[in-house]
Design a protein around this ligand. Structure first.
Ligand SMILES: *Cc1c(COP(=O)(O)O)cnc(C)c1O
Length: 380
């Protein structure tokens, strides 16, 4: 009998959460309300009590953070070319200019030496990404920001539950943005949250979240900023309320599975095949993804060929992400191949393997075994 199909990822939603969602649906209040406030409070508790506001994506959170920082036309924001395109799209959305700097080949994260060298008088903010959940060095990041009086928007979409120096991501810093897309370590179906510095900023974030509206008294309404339509629903927040208490359990399981991947792949034979592995971090990362860099120059197949062979064996794999500056929109703005060689090479060769809490070690063994068969069959 063929082994069951193994997806790249799958959310774990328990029956208690499903029943809770049904209760919200029956309650008569289904859009933003008490469940959103409860979700914000729970998340705030995980973030050292800092103010948190929930949104309907981890994209609009970053757009709002940039608006709160007053960033717009004429301003530059330094970021990484190796991320989900949302990271730099929001910079364009507010009218500012992304300034990409290449990534470190080992961590795959923004190279902070290059970031420091890219600061100009127009630089207003740093927008780093914790790719795969591995945290960017927060000490160096915030020292760089302080040196040049820059704002920081941490794209922590993938790093909820990761830590830096023993402290939860979100518990320190400037703006911190999380996403609760179904692929993330916890989900609200779609959703996001922004960690802010004080209640004043949080109130302004609420305005940007919903058309800029401020209500007063029974019938008063004022609009002082052009806000969006970014509010989370109570139905979605109820899903999140069933997820957050399980974050640590989910991340422990991810860590165990990642450890098994590394046990199997970090061997002399695999080193000989030239597979690139993620840093063996079992202290700081939440193992949002397990990504290998394929040794394409030593293979007779490309990445799509490897993915097709895995698919034929009943295993899904993914691409996170092609280098952003090579997308048509960005090429039209002047970027070109060769600008960021490390991100471009990783963008071509990174392959994300299945990793989610409902997997068991035998699934990891199956993936590693199939990958070995495929790579051996296509050696140059
Ligand atoms: C998921 C993700 C986002 C955007 O989150 P959405 O909730 O899908 O808008 C942004 N940046 C990174 C790195 C992500 O992985």
């Amino acid at each position: 009998m063929a082994a069951p199909f193994l997806p790249l990822t799958r959310p774990t939603i328990d029956e208690e959460t499903i029943a809770g969602v049904a209760d919200v649906l029956r309650s008569g209040w289904i859009t933003s309300g008490p469940k959103v406030r409860e979700f914000e409070a729970q998340l705030s508790a995980r973030c050292g009590g800092r103010p948190v506001r929930a949104f309907n994506s981890g994209t609009c959170t970053m757009e709002v953070a940039l608006r709160l920082a007053g960033i717009g036309p004429g301003d530059e924001v330094i970021t990484t070319p190796l991320s989900w395109v949302a990271t730099s799209n929001v910079i364009l959305t507010v009218g500012a200019r992304p300034v990409f700097v290449d990534v470190d080949p080992v961590t795959r994260l923004i190279d902070l030496d290059r970031a420091a060298a890219a600061v100009t008088p127009s630089t207003r903010a740093l927008l780093p990404v914790d790719l795969a959940g591995l945290p960017v060095d927060r000490d160096r990041l915030h020292a760089l920001a302080a040196r040049h009086r820059l704002r920081v928007v941490e794209d922590a979409a993938q790093s909820l539950g990761s830590t830096w120096a023993g402290r939860a991501i979100g518990a320190a810093g400037d703006f911190v943005s999380f996403s609760f897309h179904p692929n993330k370590n916890v989900t609200t179906i779609e959703g996001g949250a922004l960690v802010l510095n004080d209640e004043c900023e949080a109130r302004l974030a609420e305005q940007y979240r919903l058309q800029g509206v401020v209500r007063s008294g029974l019938d008063g309404m004022e609009v002082e900023v052009v806000g969006g339509k970014f509010n989370l629903t109570d139905v979605a927040a109820r899903v999140g309320l069933g997820q957050l208490p399980r974050l640590d359990e989910f991340n422990t399981r991810r860590r165990e599975l990642a450890r098994r991947y590394l046990e199997l792949l970090d061997t002399p034979e695999w080193r000989e095949l030239g597979l690139g592995l993620p840093p063996a971090d079992f202290r700081q990362t939440n193992w949002h993804m397990f990504q290998v860099a394929l040794p394409l120059e030593r293979l007779t197949v490309d990445r799509a060929g490897v993915m097709a062979a895995l698919q034929a064996a009943g295993i899904s794999s993914g691409v996170h992400y092609p280098a952003i500056h090579l997308f048509a929109v960005y090429r039209r703005l002047g970027w070109k191949p060769g600008d960021f060689p490390v991100a471009e090479r990783l963008g071509r060769s990174l392959l994300t393997l299945p990793l989610f809490p409902a997997m068991v070690p035998a699934d990891v063994e199956r993936v590693a075994g199939e990958l070995a068969t495929i790579l051996r069959a296509h050696r140059r």
